[in-house]
Design a protein around this ligand. Structure first.
Ligand SMILES: [Zn+2]
Length: 430
């Protein structure tokens, strides 16, 4: 009895200390300062590939540095820099069964400056017939890692043009090329393509900070949010054309920064904590995709991705929801750790919106990591979502501080290594 009693006292004393630290470090004033800076006009809406997002990255890196965290990026920097490549066919010749094919009828996904394809077998040949489902085929083929030439029946001309509009977007460096050719002959006997490509390198960066674990340094727990937003866009009725993205997702980025400060101040994490601000979520999730490739999925114990926590949830203050709640035991662990507090986590109330698959948690979740997104966004009635009016004045910074504290407290048994959420069953994912 005595043993149990003293354990209980030690445990609650530890909890009280944890809670006190959260109240000291994660304050509404600090939320306002960080969120206010990230969503200020000076950051120009943090659009990927613009100077505005670089200012935001520098600010986030400085916050991590001031807090005393270790850089988790490239070459001892907080910036995890990487490049993507935008490719378009600049010129060349293409001949299929004696017929010249117009360059405009070719889509070439590659990062090589020159692409030569012929019927000598250097490329696997695929045919998309008139009756095939063009985009279903495309989705399968784009995951292949060998060189492909795909002859597409001219019946798919409209779909081909649509593919051209987005397949020309930025791509990661790769060793293989995929060439789509619009052709009246989808099983040609002889073909020869000599293409010159225009390849434009585009630089991006996540911002990453690390707190090494004391006893389990190779077990990672990730706290993240995306810091990019939409930049300048169509002006609203007030003439405002700057999309500040205070809620989406300066709020989640603010959470990642404040959690970094909190756990550094606490200084007792047994597992290694990684704090990440992702780039390019809005344009394709490239930042999280690149970040995810830097880890062995089996070493990542949990990911807390935080997305739009600036407004009160549908249940009011002191609550938030977890996407993909039923896909791992993480939500149950968080709830257990919040017993006796006023805060409550709920399963995602908008399952039709497929939020689990739509945010930066998805890449790691697909590899089996218990990776979930925490949000309060009312997906059926959030008036400022993807609008120029998504500004700090519309947000509840006091409640935001409560949510960030709740994430801090609810994660403590995962951070200490005493709880490990079950893995996501990748077979169950769509
Ligand atoms: Zn977002």
């Amino acid at each position: 009895m005595k043993f149990i009693l003293s354990t209980a006292i030690v445990f609650s004393a530890a909890f009280a200390c944890t809670a006190q630290k959260a109240d000291d470090v994660i304050t509404p004033a600090e939320v306002s300062r960080v969120l206010g800076t990230l969503s200020s006009d000076a950051m120009e809406g943090r659009r990927t590939f613009t100077p505005g997002i670089e200012k935001a990255a520098a600010f986030i890196a400085e916050e991590f540095k001031k807090a005393g965290l270790q850089p988790g990026g490239t070459n001892g920097s907080f910036l995890q820099s990487f490049s993507m490549y935008q490719a378009s066919v600049a010129g060349g010749t293409a001949n299929v069964d004696g017929q010249t094919v117009a360059i405009t009828d070719i889509i070439c996904q590659t990062t090589s400056p020159k692409v030569t394809v012929s019927n000598t077998g250097n490329y696997e040949v695929v045919s998309i017939n008139a009756k095939d489902n063009f985009f279903a085929q495309y989705r399968t083929l784009r995951n292949k890692t060998n060189n492909l030439i795909i002859f597409v029946d001219t019946a798919h001309r409209n779909s081909f043009q649509r593919l051209k509009s987005f397949a020309g977007g930025p791509q990661f460096a790769s060793n293989n090329s995929q060439v789509y050719v619009l052709s009246s002959q989808v099983k040609p006997a002889a073909f020869q393509l000599d293409l010159t490509m225009r390849i434009e390198e585009k630089k991006l960066a996540n911002v990453v900070a690390v707190l090494p674990g004391k006893s389990k340094p190779n077990e990672y727990v990730i706290f993240s949010g995306h810091y990019d937003h939409l930049g300048y866009g169509k002006p609203n009725e007030k003439g405002d054309s700057l999309y500040n993205g205070a809620n989406d997702d300066a709020s989640g980025t603010t959470a990642a920064i404040l959690l970094a400060k909190y756990f550094k101040a606490l200084g007792n994490n047994e597992r290694t904590l990684v704090f990440a601000a992702f780039t390019a979520e809005e344009v394709g999730g490239y930042g999280a995709t690149y970040f995810s490739k830097q880890y062995k999925p089996e070493q990542v114990m949990a990911m807390f991705n935080i997305e739009m926590i600036g407004t009160d949830s549908k249940w009011g203050t002191n609550s938030a929801y977890i996407t993909g709640y039923e896909k791992s035991s993480m939500g149950t662990i968080l709830e257990k750790n919040l017993q006796g507090t006023a805060f409550k986590f709920y399963p995602d109330p908008y399952p039709d919106q497929q939020l689990f698959y739509r945010s930066d948690n998805a890449t790691l979740a697909r590899l089996g990591v218990p990776a979930h997104t925490i949000s309060t966004s009312k997906m059926d009635s959030e008036p400022h979502y993807h609008k120029a009016s998504d500004e700090i004045g519309t947000l509840d910074t006091k409640n935001m501080a409560e949510i960030i504290r709740a994430i801090a407290l609810s994660s403590r048994s995962i951070v200490s290594g005493t709880d490990t959420p079950t893995r996501v069953d990748t077979q169950s994912l769509r």
